[in-house]
Each structure stands twice: as structure tokens, then as C-alpha cells.
Ligand binder design. Sequence first.
Ligand SMILES: O=C(O)c1ccccc1N[C@@H]1O[C@H](COP(=O)(O)O)[C@@H](O)[C@H]1O
Length: 214
Amino acid sequence: MTLVKICGLNDAAGLDAARAGGADMVGFVFFPPSPRAVTPARAAALAAAMPAEGAPLRVGLFVDAGDKELAATLEAVPLDILQLHGEETPERCAAVRARFGRPVMKALGIATEADLALLDAYAPVVDRFLLDAKPPPGATLPGGNAAVFDWSLLTRRAIPRPWLLAGGLTPGNVAEAIRATGAPGVDVSSGVERARGVKDPARIAAFLAAAKGA
Ligand SMILES: O=C(O)c1ccccc1N[C@@H]1O[C@H](COP(=O)(O)O)[C@@H](O)[C@H]1O
């Protein structure tokens, strides 16, 4: 069954809906410019309501974070996976994985076939990929922009690690996205919100039902 990550959770109602609907991963955004950002203290309070082990796994989303920030966040919040959503190089991914002892999920922006060439450089040093759209012109965030990319690019080569499809997914298009790409997992933020940065429990439930039923 398709793995589902609900990202950008910042309140108990959203987290409850994600858990009730069977989310495999929940994401906390540690990137202050994002409207979904949480402080480590806020994420710790939300995570405290979750089971200590098992699903959903807690994913921390970081954008070009330094070791000090990663260490301080991990001190406060029991994160299972580190999602690196900035310009982190393969060397940086390897260093983060070794120093912090957590699986690393590297986000890559995909717009053309050439972007997929990066997969081979990262594959030896990451545990999972998150394949997202590149930020559209004028966007201020490196992700979370409700932008879709050309899914057919993903059918032309094998992805050398487990991976999640992201970018502009919604309850209405996620089943088609899974069918078109064969994605083993999907990730959503904007598509389950009622306003930018505000999660909608009903949309979270609908997304999970559509993705798990695909
Ligand atoms: O969600 C954010 O605010 C965010 C900020 C900075 C980097 C990544 C971010 N979100 C990630 O982007 C994907 C796609 O988002 P969307 O569904 O298109 O809105 C999301 O799943 C997050 O992993």
C-alpha cells in the first residue's frame, strides 16, 4: 500500500486527522519563513501526543540547517527521519546522516530529465528521496508551493532508493499521480489546507482515503 506523509502539521486537530486516517509519516517544518513552521517546543508538544514508537514516523523538515540547529531540534523533539529540503550536497547529506544517526530523506526539485541525473550522486548517502516540483517563479519557499511537475519524467528511469512523490498533490489528483508514476509513497502539504499554513482535518482524511485506496 502507498506510504503517505502529511507535512506541515502545526496543530493537534491536523495531527489527529493524520493519525486517524493512517498516515505513515507526519512532517514538522523547522523553517521559520514557512507559514507552517513550528518551533522545536511546539513540535515536541505535538509529538508528545503520539505513540513513542511505530507509525506515524515523525519527520523533521529542514532547509540548509547547520549542525547546531539540527542538534538543538533533535534534543527537543524525537524525530525519526530528517528531511533535507534545501541545497544540501551529497557530502552534507552524508555528514548529517553520520553525525545524527537518523535516516535522511533528500528532497530534489524536478523540472526536466536532467534533474534526475542527481539521483545517482545522492543515492549512496541518503535513505529516501522526496521528488518535488521546483519552486515556481516568485515563490519564496523551496517547497510547499502547491506546484505540480511533469510526472511522466518519473516513468523514464528507475529511482535508486525508496521515494515519495510530492508537489501539488490533492485529494482529487493523488490517485492519478500514483497510477501515473508508480510512486511507492506520496507527500502533501498545501493540498490538505483550508488556507495557507492551516491544515483542514477533512481534507487530510480525504487525501489519506484517496491515496490508500489507489
Ligand atoms: O511546506 C512548507 O512550508 C515547506 C517549506 C520549505 C520546504 C518544503 C516545504 N514543504 C514540502 O514541500 C512538499 C510539497 O508541498 P505541496 O504539497 O506542494 O504544498 C511538501 O510535501 C513538503 O514536504
